[in-house]
Structures are given as structure tokens and as C-alpha cells.
Design a binder for this molecule. Sequence first.
Ligand SMILES: CC(C)(COP(=O)(O)OP(=O)(O)OC[C@H]1O[C@@H](n2cnc3c(N)ncnc32)[C@H](O)[C@@H]1OP(=O)(O)O)[C@@H](O)C(=O)NCCC(=O)NCCS
Length: 183
Amino acid sequence: MDQGVETNEDVKIGLLTGEDAWEKFRELSVEASRDFPEIFSDKLTPRNYNDVESWKYLTRERTAETPLRVTWLQAAWKDNELIGMLRAYRDMSSGTGNVRLADFYLRPSLHGRGIGTRLFASMMKELRKDSTVKKVALIAPASQTSAVKLYREFGFRKRKTLEPLLPAFAKHEEILMTRNLHK
Ligand SMILES: CC(C)(COP(=O)(O)OP(=O)(O)OC[C@H]1O[C@@H](n2cnc3c(N)ncnc32)[C@H](O)[C@@H]1OP(=O)(O)O)[C@@H](O)C(=O)NCCC(=O)NCCS
């Protein structure tokens, strides 16, 4: 079930929740990895596609271990079709106040109309409602200049360039960007 919070033109933005959220997330992840394999290919091997537990894990709102919400999935719909997404998850490894953004994707035919900006703004608004969230971080390929520009406009600043895990990945330079949420 979706909880649309905002409509503008023909695109609706809101949190994607409910039992089948993981399936919708998987569908759009397939599109994302087909359109931008250099950014999203890590998730989608045929084996991963059928690993239902992993998809549920990536979209789980809550866990038994903590009363805190652990995942937010912001989505964009056009004509009742899912066309964009942005995921945030609580980074338990580096403190519960830290949240990471990931899986920012919009169908290419709809780029450049401000929909990505609206998705991002909705996510920031949602995260601000949770006073336990202190710091938001993301990792962006340096080559995605319009995404990086968008992050800067939302107050994110580059903290460092990440070393590639393997020399073969060296052409995909990635940067870590962060911002404090309540400042
Ligand atoms: C990143 C992404 C989700 C942004 O979505 P988007 O809807 O195209 O973004 P916006 O339209 O809000 O903003 C992008 C550009 O459009 C411009 N724009 C915003 N509103 C606009 C409007 N109403 N009309 C025309 N242009 C507009 C922005 O100024 C921005 O310009 P820039 O390219 O010079 O930076 C999308 O480009 C995408 O899916 N990219 C591929 C995956 C990716 O890179 N993900 C991020 C990995 S870090």
C-alpha cells in the first residue's frame, strides 16, 4: 500500500510501505540495473533476484532488535506505475543516529523535470520527523554530476574520495557526502 503525501502534475510522491513493498522495490531495481548497470549492477545477479529474504531485508521497516524505524522507501508514481525511488536505511554499524541514502533512481524518460528533486525533498522531510536521525550520508559516483549537484543543493558536502575495492573499478571514482540533519 502506498501513502502518497504529495501530488504535482501527474506524478505522486510518497512512502512505499506494506507487505509487497519489497516486490515493487525489486521490480524497479531491475529497471535501474538495466538502465544504469555501472551504478546498480551490484544487486542484480539472477541468483540475487530470487533471494526473496534479501529483498525483504533491504526494505524492512522495523526489526525485532530495535524500536527505531530502520528503512524508509520513498517512491514516485505516474499513472499508478512506480517510476522512481530513493531508499534510506539506518546504519547500525556506525551508530543509530546515522542514516544512509541509496538506490536513487528515476526512469530516464522522466529525467530533468524536477521529480528527483521532489523525491529527495520528501525523503529529507520524512527523516526530519525522526528526532533520532542525526546524520545522513551517501556515496555517489563522481561521474554522476547532476546527482552530485542535487546533493549539494540539499546541503550535502563531500567528505572524501573512496578508494576502489579493486583496481578494475578504479574508473568509477566514488565520493562520500554527508550532512547533519537538524542544522
Ligand atoms: C539522479 C536522478 C534520480 C535525478 O532525477 P531527476 O528527476 O532527473 O532530477 P531533477 O530533474 O530533479 O534534477 C536534475 C536536473 O534537472 C533540472 N530540473 C529540475 N527541475 C526541472 C524542471 N522542472 N524542468 C527542467 N529541468 C529541471 C535540475 O536543475 C537539474 O539540472 P542539472 O542536470 O543541471 O543538475 C536521475 O537523474 C537518475 O535516475 N539518474 C541515474 C541514476 C543515478 O545517477 N542515481 C544517483 C546515483 S548517486
